[in-house]
Design a binder for this molecule. Structure first.
Ligand SMILES: O=P(O)(O)OC[C@H]1O[C@H](OP(=O)(O)OP(=O)(O)O)[C@H](O)[C@@H]1O
Ligand SMILES: O=c1cc[nH]c(=O)[nH]1
Length: 278
């Protein structure tokens, strides 16, 4: 009769080392651990983590206390539809001018912070400087800002990059944020369903009108992925909302695939795009 033997690698994983060589290996591992910690401490002293915004040394998270205090976290009162902060509380259910004048395809939008100087440094570090270590903090702030949306949602869908930009960047910043929000909220993530089917120019530097035509028809869902979206309450996740053109074009694609509802959750939103250039 054939005997089944567990592989040595599986044995080593499954049971504590019993042989002399096993103890020796464990001792080496412990010394290795001490060395690793010492090396990390030395590295922290030699190259301390700097605040993304002001470049002062910082413990732990990406921004120092002073820059954190400068971030403008968005809190009520705001437009229940677009999440645009109000200067004073106009009463429940009162919509912003923007929501009345040009209602988007998505239902509601929420953002963690206003897009200002400190927020810009965080967004740009996350997507242009490989600082994916910032995603856990930014994603946690987003999960808090989007709690009301997350409570009734079925699916998180990150705004996709075109494959060529994804190749160059090596990660999708919105995917990194969505992953954190998914862990925080328990809402499932569908990262491959929505695709950017046309390479688009960067939105930065374009006018409101050009932003809309840049992304018009740029997103789609393959037929075999439509069942994932159909009937689901989807939250679209992105790093920034400026004119809303990207979110609107994505929402249209999701609604064409019969999503029950599309809401939008971003890290930062530009407030007052009519007065400030975008
Ligand atoms: O609300 P909007 O006016 O559409 O602008 C916001 C969008 O613009 C940026 O993406 P972009 O396509 O420029 O690519 P990037 O990720 O390379 O910045 C940003 O990441 C948003 O997706
Ligand atoms: O990344 C950014 C930042 C600001 N405005 C944009 O449209 N994109």
């Amino acid at each position: 009769m054939a005997q089944t033997l567990a592989s040595p690698a599986m044995d080593a994983e499954a049971s504590p080392p019993r042989s002399i060589s096993g103890h020796f290996q464990r001792a080496l591992g412990a010394i290795g651990g001490v060395w690793m910690r010492a090396a990390r401490m030395a590295l922290d002293i030699a190259l301390p983590t700097l605040c993304v915004s002001c470049r002062e040394p910082v413990h732990g998270e990406g921004v120092c206390a002073a820059c954190w205090a400068k971030l403008s976290f968005i809190a009520p009162p705001f437009c229940p539809r677009l999440g645009i902060p109000f200067v004073y509380d106009p009463g429940p259910e009162l919509l912003s001018m923007e929501a009345i004048a040009s209602p988007p395809a998505y239902q509601r939008a929420r953002a963690a912070v206003r897009y200002d100087d400190v927020a810009r440094t965080l967004v740009h570090a996350l997507k242009y400087q490989d600082r994916t270590d910032l995603a856990p903090t930014m994603g946690r702030w987003m999960a808090r800002a989007g709690k009301e949306l997350l409570d009734g949602a079925d699916l998180l869908v990150p705004v996709p990059l075109h494959w060529r930009r994804g190749w160059g960047r090596r990660y999708n910043q919105s995917g990194a944020l969505a992953k954190v929000i998914s862990r925080q909220s328990g809402v499932k993530m569908a990262s491959e369903a929505l695709r950017r089917i046309r390479a688009t120019e960067q939105q930065i530097g374009l006018s409101r009108k050009d932003r809309a035509s840049n992304v018009q028809g740029a997103f789609g869902i393959a037929d075999e992925r439509k069942a994932e979206i159909q009937g689901r309450r989807v939250i679209l996740v992105d790093d920034v909302l400026t004119s809303g053109a990207t979110a609107d074009a994505c929402a249209r694609a999701l609604l064409r695939a019969k999503a029950a509802q599309v809401d939008v959750l971003v890290f930062a939103r530009v407030v007052d795009t009519h007065r400030a250039p975008i």
